[in-house]
Design a protein around this ligand. Sequence first.
Ligand SMILES: *[C@@H]1O[C@H](CO)[C@@H](O)[C@H](O)[C@H]1NC(C)=O
Ligand SMILES: *[C@@H]1O[C@H](CO)[C@@H](O)[C@H](O)[C@H]1NC(C)=O
Ligand SMILES: *[C@@H]1O[C@H](CO)[C@@H](O)[C@H](O)[C@H]1NC(C)=O
Ligand SMILES: *[C@@H]1O[C@H](CO)[C@@H](O)[C@H](O)[C@H]1NC(C)=O
Ligand SMILES: *[C@@H]1O[C@H](CO)[C@@H](O)[C@H](O)[C@H]1NC(C)=O
Length: 608
Amino acid sequence: MRVDGGFAACAVLAFLPGIQAEVSINKSVASIWEDFKNAVDCGSCQALLGGLKLVSGFGEQFMVDVLTGVCDISKAEDSDVCEGIIKKEGPALHDAFQALHIGSHSTQTMCANLIGLCQYPKVRSHALSFPSPKPKKSRPLPSGKPPIKVVHFSDTHVDLYYETGSSYECSKPICCRVFEDKYAPGITKTPCGPFGNPRCDPPQELQESMNAAIAEINPEFSIYTGDVVAHDVWLVNQAEALDSFNHTYGQMEKTLGVVYAAIGNHDTAPLNLFPSNNVPDGNNQWAYNALAEDWHALTGISSVQAADEFGSYSAIHPNSNLRIISYNSIFYYKFNFYMYQEPMEKDPNGQFEWLIKELQAAEDAGQRAWLISHIPPGVADHFHDYSQYFDQIVQRYEATIAGLFYGHTHMDEFQIAYSNYADRNYNTATVMGYIAPAMTPTEGPPSFRVYEIDPETFGVLDYTQYIANISDPGFQEKPQWLPYYSAKADYGSKLSPPVDPNAELTPAFWHNVTVAMETDPSIFQDFWARRVRGYHVTACEGECMTTEICTLRAADAQFNCVKPKPGFNFSKRDVHAVEEEHHCDHAGLAPLLGKIARRARVARQMEA
Ligand SMILES: *[C@@H]1O[C@H](CO)[C@@H](O)[C@H](O)[C@H]1NC(C)=O
Ligand SMILES: *[C@@H]1O[C@H](CO)[C@@H](O)[C@H](O)[C@H]1NC(C)=O
Ligand SMILES: *[C@@H]1O[C@H](CO)[C@@H](O)[C@H](O)[C@H]1NC(C)=O
Ligand SMILES: *[C@@H]1O[C@H](CO)[C@@H](O)[C@H](O)[C@H]1NC(C)=O
Ligand SMILES: *[C@@H]1O[C@H](CO)[C@@H](O)[C@H](O)[C@H]1NC(C)=O
């Protein structure tokens, strides 16, 4: 009802002189800001979404203007950042709010995901169908043949506009660019070095340095789990994204051998927005086409299938038994506004159906499969529903899947899939998800990983994490890429009995590592420090530790123990702490709404 009122008012507005429309925008800004301040629970959060839906009824431009005004009042970002982000995501936001039904599963999900004020609603059950019943076979044992090396790197985020000597202190989401004269080389007292700074995305020189280190290792092939483009989210456009693909993939083609890559949430513009075929506007075909070209060149395989349809492909590594399936997990990302529809699509672009087809083909041919993608299915960033549907596929093909490989979090993590999440033990642990940390130094030193892989089963026998220590005084002269720790030596040795040197690092092995973390918290603390490569390690004990271990034991996100965090009653210091914590999803409109909500809550407290 109220929506129709909105449309009528829109029609009237169009005929009003500019000055009155302006009054209306200002009134709406004030009223939406009040709604943000009053959003203290699940009900009032949905009322806020209702207010925004009403605003969307006045048209896209009106909505963009109102939200920009609210963002300015909140001081969540500089006003050019507010304006840039909101303008870019305006069409998607407008569509999303037009499609919302207040009080529905989708609005509860939105309040849980973006503002932390509702609990996650229960997953809507949906049974996928499979062409054949699950066979009675299990993971093959290691072949005993000499392992091959495979390198895994992720989240490169090279900033093409990085300027050595510009300031690493600035008021923007990333620095090391001359946003204002005072940040210029020679003027600023906080100059960025030639190879990067933790407050910035890195220059291309860092990637060249890392690629040279990888080339020296001479891997059989590499995997890259996405996010080429920098975090200049309020500025980035198609031209910059394409230019970034060209530089990053061009560099890889020159210096690395075969690389199998996946699409990241930053690998389109505006970022995060991946409409399915059912969404009339919004279209990422230009990005899929450009990436398909780069991916063909990097793999040298002409029969990479389906690369240009939705940023996914399947390829058989030449002269091997390994099928590598790169899928587009951004459809399932909580910041992909297009998915908040009622009812939510069950299988955007039919990708689950396609995965089943590919895995069935692998099973029928007696192949092993690796799934590579950007966003790990078990993290809080993943829609719970899609995580559960994906897990059904993983469980059905557990004997064929040798491993799952991800990036996105910028952290060194892992997650285990279980056949029974109500009884998570070494017997029910079925599939491993490896999460490699980033090259961009924003959450810890730049890093890549070298796996030892069984050449027949393609199981992971070990891995060594390499880092270039950005805090090291010599880093800015020449980054040194050195081994940091190894899974077998540094986790396997902690088990009793210690893991066999020739054994695979099975899901059961990793489950046992999480058990060891519980009995000896120093093992957890080692993991916790490695997660950020020893950089700014925060305290994590008690409930924090329990939740983190639970997250390691969940490739199905509904079981990851992460609770939506509204962050009530912040002190100003706490707000900064939470913003630090949210730094890596400091990217685009959805997290901006969360940030505005936190600012509104502080404003409300100051008034009270
Ligand atoms: C609306 O708000 C803007 C920004 O605060 C202000 O500059 C402008 O004068 C206001 N317009 C009216 C008609 O009050
Ligand atoms: C990058 O752009 C140049 C010039 O247009 C083109 O020749 C080259 O093939 C591109 N490389 C990649 C990897 O896209
Ligand atoms: C990196 O270098 C800093 C400064 O020398 C040092 O304190 C830190 O321990 C190093 N980190 C690692 C993981 O070696
Ligand atoms: C895991 O722990 C169980 C129970 O202690 C043990 O029986 C099993 O062999 C261990 N498996 C691995 C791979 O470490
Ligand atoms: C926040 O503080 C107010 C006032 O002190 C209190 O009434 C309210 O219960 C607190 N909310 C939470 C969630 O702690």
